[in-house]
Design a protein around this ligand. Structure first.
Ligand SMILES: Cc1ncc(COP(=O)(O)O)c(C=O)c1O
Length: 517
């Protein structure tokens, strides 16, 4: 049986042409157990119980419960020139809808702190904090205790019933925000928190045009996805009318070809000129991440949001800050908006509030809340104001405070940046290292002169790191996938950072100079 691995999308025509050249090329490795090669117009897979390459017919036979069950009758020859093969770690994977390309090679059985572990004991350093949610590390005992207590008391309620954890979390959150932000709605996902902010902004202003930044990401359901400009527009039908993009302050690749290395906000001024000329007179709000994450860890220059605030105020527009990833310490401050001293009209928090549980919140002012309430604002969902995730959120806030994780994030972030800059000094393809706190990006380029994105290198280094026990995320924005997003838990130790940098160094060497490695 094929026990491990991988999805191979192999164009066999191309493979044949390249056969001589790629005889020894590793095409796709998604676990330590299995390697795959493109050979003579066929895919050869190394089986875990037998360290050899097998012919397609044999693969077919061996994987009878896998490939055949997937309906792949023959993996070679004419008529099957392009095929997608999956040899599954667990055959039950085929019952799942694939929502973001393929899955990781092995299911995870346990997780603790900065580490996840497979069923057979392979330990992987998780430098994405799960989906950038586990800021306290995985399975923090305080979160586990909070969930246990909710299980003993109350898990879920009718949406109009309140509970102690919900009331306590509302009060606690308001204590963290500056006035006039003193009203909270507890939800489940970041998408929802942003969507609610925009719904309320529209109801409050009576207007509906919304501005976002290119390379932004705010969630994948239709409303909010209209102002996601990094991905996910193609293929799903119309987006909402009145969604405008302004160029992101991406100093390394200035979108208006003006700055190099340091953004002077020309992109922002140009962006608002474009917005003004396109608007039908219904400008409502601008939504932005304090540091653009999925778009490639783009750090706006100091003062950027102060200027945004002025431009919005001139137009009577509201500011929605999406702090899904940046809230509660990741940037080395409690919230990203503190940097410029601006007060947004809405803040969306999510991932980092639940410590791994689905918890999110929209925060706004009493004036907005009362106005919307008076107009009949409706956002009732099955799990709005649920007690169990709220209990987890309280535990997260307790631990952040008790363990001084905000200051720790700032200090560890500096350390991580300095270690990555050492790596940059040794590897030509490390074109840029940037970030704030423990949200750091490392951009790979073909050479520093041209700055051409090194997409293939990015994919190869990601695989190599995973093989060596480091999980990192390469962000995919528009056509390119060359920027690592590095976001370990705020509890990460210097030793763990050193280990991750060692693995990245070894992986870069192995991929760039395979013979020497
Ligand atoms: C900045 C930002 N906003 C919103 C979201 C959407 O959050 P969720 O996936 O919880 O709906 C994400 C998710 O990655 C995000 O990174």
């Amino acid at each position: 049986m094929v026990v491990a691995l991988a999805e191979l999308d192999v164009d066999l025509d191309a493979a044949e042409e390249r056969r001589a050249r790629v005889e020894d090329e590793l095409v796709d490795v998604r676990s330590q157990l299995v390697a795959a090669k493109v050979g003579d117009a066929a895919v050869l897979v190394r089986l875990p119980d037998r360290d050899e390459l097998v012919a397609p017919e044999e693969l077919h036979r061996d994987a009878a419960g896998g490939l055949a069950a997937l309906g792949v009758e023959d993996v070679g020859g004419e008529g099957h020139r392009s095929a997608s093969y999956s040899c599954l770690v667990d055959e039950r994977e085929r019952f799942l809808i694939r929502y973001a390309g393929s899955f990781a090679p092995e299911p995870i059985a346990r997780a603790e702190g900065a580490w996840v572990e497979t069923a057979d004991g392979k330990r992987i350093l998780d430098f994405t904090s799960g989906q950038i949610c586990s800021t306290l590390g995985h399975n923090h005992p305080r979160i586990a205790a909070a969930v246990r207590s909710a299980l003993d008391n109350v898990v879920h309620l009718n949406s109009w019933m309140l509970s102690e954890p919900v009331l306590a979390l509302g009060e606690r959150l308001v204590g963290l925000f500056p006035p006039p932000l003193d009203r909270v709605l507890l939800l489940n996902t970041g998408t929802e928190a942003n969507e609610v902010a925009l719904k309320m902004a529209k109801m409050h202003t009576g207007r509906w045009e919304v501005v976002g930044l290119t390379r932004s990401f705010h969630g994948l359901l239709s409303g909010i996805a209209s102002v996601n400009f990094s991905m996910a527009h193609a293929g799903y039908g119309p987006v909402l009318p009145g969604a405008f993009a302004i160029p992101a302050p991406y100093a390394y690749r200035c979108p208006v070809r003006h700055c190099e290395g340091a953004c002077d906000c020309t992109c922002l001024e140009v962006g608002f000129e474009l917005v003004d000329q396109q608007s039908v007179g219904s400008l409502c709000a601008l939504v932005a991440e304090p540091v653009l994450s999925a778009g490639g860890i783009i750090v706006p220059p100091d003062g950027y949001f102060r200027r945004v605030r002025e431009l919005l105020d001139e137009r009577g527009m509201l500011l929605v800050l999406d702090e899904a990833q940046t809230g509660f310490g990741r940037l080395g401050s409690m919230f990203g908006f503190e940097r410029d001293g601006v007060v947004p009209d809405f803040v969306g928090v999510s991932k980092t509030l639940g410590g791994g549980l689905p918890l999110a919140a929209t925060i706004t002012s009493a004036a907005v809340e009362e106005d919307c309430y008076g107009k009949g604002f409706l956002h009732v969902t099955s799990h709005v104001s649920d007690p169990l995730p709220a209990a987890a959120g309280l535990a997260v806030l307790d631990v952040i405070e008790e363990e001084d994780l905000v200051a720790r994030s700032a200090a560890r972030g500096e350390y991580l940046l300095s270690r990555l800059r050492e790596l940059q000094a040794q590897h030509e393809p490390v074109g840029d290292v940037r970030g704030r706190g423990l949200l750091v990006g490392l951009e790979l380029v073909e050479d520093r002169e041209s700055r051409r994105p090194a997409d293939e290198l990015g994919a190869a280094v990601t695989r190599e790191c995973y093989e060596r026990g480091l999980s990192m995320n390469i962000v995919r924005s528009q056509a390119h996938a060359n920027c690592f997003r590095i976001a370990p838990p705020l509890t990460v130790t210097e030793d763990e950072i050193d280990l991750a940098v060692e693995i990245m160094d070894a992986s870069l060497r192995a991929v760039r100079e395979p013979a020497a490695a």
